[in-house]
Design a protein around this ligand. Structure first.
Ligand SMILES: [Zn+2]
Length: 85
């Protein structure tokens, strides 16, 4: 699943404070996410985060799970070269 720093994750299971929206602060083996209700930061293993995502808000767009799981469409060659490693 394709998650970026700065994305808002809308979780199936809410934080104990009742909010279910989390801002992504770091991605990797563990994600660092900040609850948008109480501001608490938590480290959660990627597998657990991905299982719990309902949708993602990115740059004002709402991405549902199907969209996130879809393989990215092949892009035209980028004159500046491949940047996404
Ligand atoms: Zn919270």
């Amino acid at each position: 699943m394709d998650i970026h720093v700065g994305d808002i994750l809308v979780m199936k299971k809410p934080h104990p404070c009742g909010d279910n929206r989390f801002l992504v602060g770091r991605v990797g083996m563990d994600f660092k996410i900040r609850c948008q209700g109480c501001g608490r930061e938590v480290m959660v293993p990627r597998a657990k985060v991905e299982k719990n995502i309902r949708r993602v808000e990115r740059e004002g767009r709402q991405l549902d799970r199907q969209e996130l799981d879809r393989r990215p469409a092949p892009k035209k060659p980028d004159p500046e070269g491949e940047r996404h490693v």
